[in-house]
Design a protein around this ligand. Structure first.
Ligand SMILES: Cc1cc2nc3c(=O)[nH]c(=O)nc-3n(C[C@H](O)[C@H](O)[C@H](O)COP(=O)(O)OP(=O)(O)OC[C@H]3O[C@@H](n4cnc5c(N)ncnc54)[C@H](O)[C@@H]3O)c2cc1C
Length: 468
């Protein structure tokens, strides 16, 4: 196979989400040609699937500096940095204009199905690093294509691969057969058809992170509305409820994220949702009337529900990277050097420092997982962390290791620690608070990302104590 010289090749970026488009902007800033391959029909395809969800970050926290530099000469108007966009706004007012500036460097309807070294499968050592990357793509309209790349930045996110309801990480028995009454997304209750599905119904929400808070708050709003009588949430938590369950609240330095937890708390306090604690779903059975019965690992059987919303986190799709030599942590499926910084088993507080090419490198030189995907199963990713990642990675690809190793991001301090401890640690079980994470929330003053308390709140999604 005659592959062109690597220096003439683009850097292929997989995914035109916030991280992938920012990576392209940083590469251009460095004089390197990116080619962004996006599976969906538009840039920001994943963000558009949660268009109705309001971010807990402000505009000022979700615009990449290099992207802004590209956008500025086009007459683009920077949204109010203090305002909170919804996913739709993020896509319409930032991602789409950015993709437009990038022009034909962004190809939509192009799903990456495989990445390898040209002429070298995973086993072969000889001359490996001198070989360009080979990227296979499947076009939405049919047909396949192969491209060559000097480096590959995988910014494909984790949105398409949500975790299941099953408390052991496997789908619960019967989960697939119950698919007609299960969703893995926060429903858009402003959509009349979706609203009708949940109105006056009993809905289980499984999970304990920001998305679960959002779903509970939306169901409570529906219950309080004129047409919402009889709407009820059943909040399924894998652990007990403690002071940390609802996140940082008013102490969160991302106030909108703190407010999500408080809204979930209000849903419970006001009787719009009943919390079921210490429940790990083992099976989902069908009642005679078609409703669903959740069965716990401890054989508890809950009253039937009409609908189930599973918000237990996401997992990376590594299937198309199988021919590459990745160094991934066996728990989180995140790059090995990054994993200890984000592991919710170890960190109840926000201790994720900004990081870049060093933490994101693999035994296979020239390939990087960035953005949401870089965090593997850890639930704490923030866009601004991703922007710093791609700045560093672009600098490394350009050979500017000084810049790559320099930290140029100042993250907000975290609000609250959620309490530490491994799941099912015997001494941590069910204290006065009713939860397995006995320590009360406490303020920490670290120069760390604001992802902190969501890490704690969602620990159970990665097998930790402090989540659900
Ligand atoms: C509901 C929700 C709310 C969030 N709110 C916030 C917030 O307030 N603040 C914050 O900082 N972060 C937030 N996040 C976390 C994170 O910043 C966002 O998820 C962000 O979209 C991650 O960007 P990304 O580019 O890494 O991944 P994505 O946005 O998921 O983009 C990945 C892109 O890759 C494409 N793709 C996938 N597979 C392939 C393939 N094989 N080939 C080609 N293309 C592919 C997808 O279609 C998608 O367009 C939120 C996440 C969710 C889900």
């Amino acid at each position: 196979m005659n592959a062109p010289a690597a220096t003439e090749l683009p850097v292929v970026v997989i995914g035109a989400g916030p991280a992938g488009l920012a990576a392209a902007a940083h590469l251009i800033d460095r004089g390197i040609e990116p080619l962004v391959l996006e599976a969906g029909p538009t840039a920001g395809a994943a963000v558009r699937e949660w268009a109705h969800v309001r971010l807990f970050s402000t505009w000022g926290e979700v615009i990449d500096p290099a992207a802004e530099k590209l956008l500025a000469p086009t007459g683009w108007t920077r949204p109010d940095p203090a305002a909170y966009p919804a996913g739709r706004d993020w896509a319409d007012l930032y991602l789409q204009p950015l993709a437009a500036v990038l022009g034909d460097r962004v190809r939509t309807g192009a799903r990456v199905t495989g990445v390898s070294r040209t002429g070298r499968d995973r086993i072969v050592d000889a001359d490996r690093e001198a070989r360009p990357f080979l990227v296979h793509i499947a076009h939405a309209g049919g047909g396949e294509e192969r491209l060559f790349a000097r480096a590959v930045i995988d910014a494909s996110g984790t949105w398409a691969t949500p975790s299941p309801a099953g408390g052991s990480g496997l789908p619960a028995l019967g989960e697939k057969a119950a698919a007609d009454r299960i969703t893995y997304r926060v429903p858009d209750l402003k959509d009349p058809a979706v609203r009708a599905r949940y109105t006056g119904r009993r809905t289980a929400v499984i999970g304990s992170g920001a998305s679960a808070f959002t779903a509970l708050a939306h169901l409570a709003d529906l219950a309080k509305s004129d047409d919402g009588a009889g709407t009820k949430g059943v909040w399924i938590l894998r652990r007990g409820i403690s002071g940390s369950t609802f996140g940082g609240g008013e102490a969160d330095q991302l106030p909108a994220r703190g407010a999500l937890g408080l809204a979930a708390k209000a849903a419970v306090d006001d009787g719009h949702a009943d919390a079921v604690t210490g429940f790990r779903t083992e099976a989902i059975e069908r009642a005679h009337d078609g409703r669903l019965i959740l069965v716990g690992e401890d054989d508890r059987r809950l009253d039937p529900v009409d609908e189930v919303i599973v918000l237990t986190g996401f997992r990376p799709d590594l299937s198309f990277l199988e021919e590459l030599r990745l160094g991934l942590d066996e728990r989180l499926q995140a790059p090995v050097a990054l994993a200890p910084l984000i592991d919710p088993n170890q960190h109840s507080c926000g201790t994720v420092p900004p990081h870049g090419r060093r933490e994101l490198s693999h035994p296979e030189q020239g390939v990087y997982l960035v953005g949401m995907k870089s965090y593997g199963r850890a639930p704490t990713f923030l866009a601004m962390t991703g922007y710093e990642q791609v700045r560093s990675v672009a600098a490394a690809i350009a050979g500017d290791l000084d810049a790559a190793d320099r930290v140029e991001l100042t993250l907000p301090e975290t609000g609250v620690c959620g309490g530490a401890g491994l799941f099912d640690a015997p001494d941590a079980a069910e204290g006065d608070s009713g939860g397995c994470c006995a320590p009360a929330p406490q303020l920490v003053q670290l120069g760390v990302p604001a992802a902190a308390e969501v890490a704690a709140a969602e620990e159970a999604q990665a097998g930790g104590c402090c989540g659900s």
